[in-house]
Write a protein of this length. Structure first.
Length: 226
C-alpha cells in the first residue's frame, strides 16, 4: 500500500525520448504543410490558411520545432553518452562489421545531395512538383497591383493604383470596412476588419473598376524584378 502511494520518480531519459519523438513529428508534419503552401506574396495577399494557420505560423512552428529537436537530441545524447561510448568502444575493439552498410549509407546521402544540386530526376521532380503547387495557388489568387502590396500603407496603396486616398477610403467604408488611419499598412487594416488584403483591393475595384488596370509608372518594372 505504501509503495503504491509513493510518487513515481520522473524518468528524464524516457521523457527526452518521448519529446524527441514528438518534436520529430512536428517538424515532419509542418515540413509537409510548407511544401504545399503558396509563395509568400500570394499567401499574404490572399490571407491563405491551412488547418487554421497561415504560412508564417506554419514556418514559425517548423523553425521552433526544429530548434527543439536539436536541443532535445543533444540532451538525449548527453544522457545516453555512457551507453553510446561503450557501444562505440566495443565495436571498435571487435572491428567494424558494417563496412558495406556504412559505405551504402554514405553513398545514398551523397547521391541525394548531389542529385538535388545537379537538378536531375527524380530529385528535380520533387522540386518541380513544389513549383507546380506554387503556380497552382498563384493561378487561383486575385492579382495584386504589385508584389507585397499588403505591406504598403493605405496612402501608398492608393497612389499605386492611381486613386486619391479619399476615393479609396470612401470605397472601403461603403463596403463596411473600418479605416482609422491612412498611414496604416494594408495588411493591418485587413486584419482589423477580419479579411484578406485582396478583399480590400476588390472592394476598391468594385467602386473604381479602372483601378484594376491602373498602376503607378514604374510599377510594372518592379513587378518583373520580383
Amino acid at each position: 500500500m505504501t509503495d503504491s502511494l509513493t510518487p513515481r520518480k520522473f524518468k528524464l531519459k524516457g521523457f527526452t525520448s518521448l519529446l524527441l519523438t514528438f518534436s520529430f513529428l512536428v517538424i515532419g508534419f509542418t515540413g509537409v504543410m510548407l511544401y504545399f503552401t503558396p509563395k509568400g506574396r500570394v499567401a499574404h495577399w490572399t490571407g491563405w490558411t491551412m488547418l487554421g494557420l497561415d504560412k508564417d505560423q506554419w514556418s514559425a512552428i517548423h523553425m521552433t520545432g526544429g530548434l527543439l529537436f536539436l536541443i532535445v537530441s543533444s540532451v538525449h545524447l548527453y544522457l545516453n553518452w555512457g551507453i553510446f561510448w561503450s557501444y562505440l568502444k566495443k565495436k571498435a575493439a571487435a572491428g567494424i562489421h558494417l563496412k558495406w552498410e556504412l559505405v551504402a549509407a554514405m553513398l545514398i546521402v551523397a547521391v541525394v545531395v548531389t542529385g538535388t544540386l545537379s537538378e536531375v530526376p527524380p530529385f528535380s521532380s520533387v522540386i518541380k512538383l513544389n513549383d507546380q503547387v506554387k503556380v497552382y495557388w498563384a493561378g487561383l489568387a486575385p492579382k495584386a497591383p504589385i508584389p507585397h502590396a499588403e505591406d504598403l500603407t493605405l496612402e501608398a496603396f492608393a497612389d499605386e493604383i492611381r486613386l486619391s486616398i479619399d476615393e479609396v477610403t470612401l470605397a472601403l467604408r461603403k463596403e463596411g470596412f473600418t479605416v482609422d488611419n491612412v498611414h496604416m499598412k494594408l495588411k493591418h487594416i485587413a486584419e482589423r476588419n477580419g479579411v484578406a488584403p485582396s478583399d480590400l483591393h476588390a472592394a476598391v475595384i468594385k467602386h473604381f473598376p479602372q483601378a484594376a488596370k491602373k498602376k503607378r509608372r514604374g510599377a510594372g518594372c518592379r513587378q518583373e524584378q520580383n
